[in-house]
Design a binder for this molecule. Sequence first.
Ligand code: ATP
Ligand code: MG
Length: 596
Amino acid sequence: MQMPREYKSERRSGAASLDAGSFFAEVSPPSLSPEQAGRIHAAPDRRSDLYSLGICIYELLTGVSPFQDSDSSTMSHLQCTRVPSPPDSVNPDIPPILSKIILKLLEKSAAGRYQSCSGLRNDLFQCLNDCKVLGKTSEFLLGLHEVSSIFRIPETLFGRFPEQEALHQVCDAVSAGAAEFVLLRGRAGIGKTALAQALGKYAEVKKGCFLSGPCAQFQSGIPYLPIIRALKELVRQILTENDASIQRWKREILTAIDPNGRILIDFIPEIKGIIGEQPPVPELPPEQTFNRFRLVFRSFLKACTVCRSPIILFLDNVEWADPDSIRLIADLPADSSLHGLLLVCSEDEGGMCPRQAESMLDVWDNSGKKSHCISLSPLTRDDIRRLLSETLFCKPEQSAALAQVCLEKTLGIPLCIREFLCALHRDGLLFFDTIRMIWQWKMEAIEKREVLNDLLGLYSAKMRNLPEASQRILKMMAFQDGSADLPADHEPAEDVQKRLQQLADQGLLVQSDQALVPAGAYGFVHELARQAAFSLIAEDELAALHHASARRLEQSARPQDGSGRLFEIAGHLNAGGTGMLGPFRVVSNYNNKLIV
Ligand SMILES: Nc1ncnc2c1ncn2[C@@H]1O[C@H](COP(=O)(O)OP(=O)(O)OP(=O)(O)O)[C@@H](O)[C@H]1O
Ligand SMILES: [Mg+2]
């Protein structure tokens, strides 16, 4: 096989004169995999390297790049949408089977590529062997030895290409200096959080940052909690940067908020690591305290967009945000000097207060800044077919009938599809045939399965059938926002560990690599599972838990904990009611005091 002449001469004349920096500046972006380019929601892994290797081999053997456009954004669009011309159509010297191997390396979705170097090596050896034995290459099934027998649904987003494209355009506009608002709407489990997280990856590729502030139903009494969570995330990111960069952040932040640095420290104690100790601020009446905080918050955000842009502030499940956070963000569009900020809110359209975010759309529209509302629809049969083919290592047409049943049983809601497939696998209706080395399923039995589109009901039913001790663990975790810290009188740690593992096996919990919980810990598989566990807690049990938590927090409080701790104690005392404490009420105010 001949290597193209132009390619050889180009390498001889060009490559030696390029230094490493300019070489990668020129060569890297087109060889980035779609997930590395932030176009596909999936974490890069070794399969991303196999994609880049595919690009190198393609260029080496054809002398041209599989995607060509002088404009970098069109280029990355092509990378995600266009199937490259088969290498053997560009250079007929390339054997057809080698051409297929290269195209397999260049699959958009990582699950469609070789899963490991050894899979690629096996196929290349097979080509070599055929050449030695037969004198030419022959056709064979690629990647035959690497069908995974481990059941794993890929993290890729299926069927969200138009929404992702729309979000990328908004993100590009914000990178160029705009300030915009996006509302993601849809029913529970439809994929709002996953879509926002995918946007976060895109923003990170653009050198921006994505700050997520989840709002939870049981914490809507803690002022500014989602915003504090999001800003803590930013501070954590800044603190991982080098000294020069931290100094730059410090300068920008202090210039913007001086002399009110102490207010930020009160809400985000970790920020002291960036701006240092700050002098106390005078006490003001509540309304003026709010106004001062509003100004500090805005100035802080603006300072951040100077250092890094775009900044995406994502308030997840905004229907549960506390009124102070809503007031704070509703005020943002009024500031004409705000640039480089994208506010994204997700809202469950079947939730309790579905008009919360809609009124924010009006506020942004009235201020002359752009706002967008993206409603997410269920996945189609074709989307599910692709999801199945990547999970079960089969061709999409082989999974068409199963996709149809999945659609009927789950109404195309991604979370329900995942739960449905996991349940099929758990119950042995979806299994790996170790003799034929393929995934198989029992269609008749699957067709008889119940419809699965009420997840809260499903999780509740599962939990009610559990032993008392397991229910107690779940209740504590639901109450403690996912933490499995149990009271001292609970069963021994190793028994708890066993129960946690059983709960994970039953699809109620997941381990930290799959959930946003600390390493090694367990978290709920979904917010709805947490809600189901919370609803198991009886009224008097709940009051006792709140009072115990208030007491524990109060005993462990340190002066440097900031006002968040104070509000948390107040929240527990209020939620616990007066029944066990006597006739008094606790109110939190803006001066970080508890009025009892
Ligand atoms: N387009 C998609 N393709 C495949 N899987 C998806 C897709 N969208 C979401 N998922 C998966 O479905 C599950 C539920 O998604 P997600 O949590 O984003 O839903 P949600 O709309 O935020 O739900 P909630 O309203 O309860 O917060 C996740 O495991 C996610 O990875
Ligand atoms: Mg969500």
